[in-house]
Design a protein. Structure first.
Length: 268
């Protein structure tokens, strides 16, 4: 029978671990408040894994010491605007914008009133190259795309202010790989994936491994802000090809304007 001293020593040894687990779980619960219900259901087991609990605690510590983008309420904005069952197109980014007031929780998108970054300017150029008229983009928010089923997913969901790639080792890539895997495996609709740049194109093997029946369309090009964009991204035709793919599935095409009913066009 253990002595009182042995029992007390055992409690002292176990207690920090138990407290640590509770703290990690509390951090997870706070973090996933912003996850939309359908995504929370399908990702449920992921939130219980040790890497995600560590990620949540690490992110909470980071937010206590530094400014982190996007704001906590927008970390999972991609899920809020594009529920799982509505996903029709996936555009994969890398790191959120790290400047003040830029990141919104949607890859490549900025808050209304912010000027488009070079990558988004090239994206808008390519949109115009894919349609018969020249469209005017009154702002740099891509929320309208997201509401139509375009999942705008960065592979890392947070960043420290003015410090690109600062959260690249937090474990977000494990989580967003699971998001991509679940879409490839279980999305009710056939999906067009747009993979731009070396980082995004690394996800092609993951998608193909999950997509045994070749249900989905995978489109690859250079990153829209890279030095090769003018010879590879511009002219890739992805926005036209995605819509042709959707139409072939008897799905409505994506309106690549940034606002519904935006009729501000000029003839090319």
């Amino acid at each position: 029978m253990p002595t009182l001293y042995q029992h007390y020593s055992k409690v002292q040894t176990e207690q920090p671990s138990a407290i640590g687990h509770v703290a990690h779980q509390s951090a997870v619960n706070r973090l996933i408040l912003g996850v939309e219900a359908s995504w929370r259901d399908i990702l449920g087991d992921e939130f219980k894994k040790p890497y995600f609990m560590k990620l949540a605690q690490q992110l909470e510590t980071e937010r206590a010491k530094f400014t982190v983008y996007p704001p906590e309420s927008q970390t999972f904005r991609w899920s809020q605007l594009t529920p799982f069952g509505s996903v029709r197109v996936v555009i994969i980014g890398q790191d959120p914008y790290h400047g003040e007031g830029q990141a919104t929780g949607l890859a490549f998108s900025l808050a209304k009133g912010r000027p488009p970054q070079p990558s988004l300017r090239n994206i808008f150029k390519e949109v115009n190259a894919c349609i018969a008229t020249k469209m005017v983009f009154p702002h740099a928010s891509l929320e309208y795309w997201a509401t139509q089923g375009v999942l705008l997913l960065n592979t890392t969901l947070t960043v420290r202010a003015n410090t690109p790639n600062s959260h690249a080792q937090f474990g977000w890539d494990i989580f967003t790989d699971k998001v991509i895997e679940l879409v490839a495996l279980h999305a009710p609709k056939r999906v067009a994936f747009m993979l731009w740049g070396v980082h995004a194109r690394r996800k092609e093997s993951l998608i193909r491994r999950c997509d045994g029946g070749n249900r989905h369309l995978i489109l690859t090009a250079s990153h829209p802000v890279s030095f090769t964009a003018t010879r590879d991204f511009l002219g890739c035709g992805h926005f036209r090809l995605a819509n042709e793919f959707l139409l072939a599935q008897h799905e409505s095409p994506i309106d690549w304007a940034v606002e519904p009913g935006n009729n501000k066009h000029e003839e090319i």
